[in-house]
Write a protein that binds this ligand. Sequence first.
Ligand code: 13P
Ligand code: SF4
Length: 323
Amino acid sequence: MIKEIQEQILKLKKETNSAILAHSYQSEQICEIADYCGDSFALSQWAKNTPQENIILCGVKFMAETAKILSPKKRVFLPNKNAGCPMAEALDYDLVKHLKKAEPDRKIVAYINTTAKLKELADVCVTSSAAVKIVKAMPDEKLYFLPDSNLGDYVKKQCPEKDIKLIQGGCPVHASVTLDDFNKAKAEHPNALVLIHPECNPKLVELADYVGSTSGIMDYAIASSSKEFIIGTEISIVEHLQFKEMDIFNSQSNIKNNDKSGYGPKKYYALSKKITCPNMKLTTLVDVFNTLNDLDNAFEINISEEEIEKSEKCILKMLELGK
Ligand code: 13P
Ligand code: SF4
């Protein structure tokens, strides 16, 4: 059944000249039918450059808005209209406007997890993979970093030369993991390296063997000579890494011949099953099918030309400084 619906999606995708872009917190079934599955920075690059007329963004609303801002001539659809990001939606526009007025020389660095409207106030956007690089590349010393104060704390420690003020806010999913969860996972898997996303609590980030974005964690684990990893980010990353491990397993010719000697597969464990983003999990294959099957009645992202003009500057700056 899953294979059948995936085949129908691929057929409709071709017929409608659409590209499917998926954030890597989507399920394996969705990443399998995507033209591209990756982190927020890579998704923005793809949204800007993909040649198809329509973009089906499997992720959350701010990602689809970013795709629309970067490709205003394309139609951009969010397959499940309820997939939002509580961190992006919680940040108050008027508060940021007030901060900007209070200290006009302090530049605003906004995590890409912000609404299109809020991006109008930002000087530059960042994603977790490029935040340190972008902040370091900025000529300005005085900065606000919003809305993720955990990621902001990490950036602040990596960029001691800057004067960064943090705004309270964060990802409720990553921030839910505690030191107890960390110690429990470590006790269960004492030989495993801990790889952590900087949206997690700074106390855990300090204890990690590696800190990085979604794609940074995946690349690190795949390249590492270690065999066991505790993954401190959204649970789908554990699943994707396990599937990649199976691909490696199947592609090894000695294993194909059933000689498994000398092969020690890598093992991936979730730091905590609490790091499951309910919003990222709302989108199903059926939502993607329904969207492609009836684009005119699907949930399309509409942003006025005026708003696009105001909010694109900070995203383009991010692509320029973060590449
Ligand atoms: P990235 O690691 O892709 O920046 O994503 C983090 C996240 O929480 C996206 O919602
Ligand atoms: Fe938002 Fe966190 Fe979910 Fe990402 S993982 S969409 S930051 S709630």
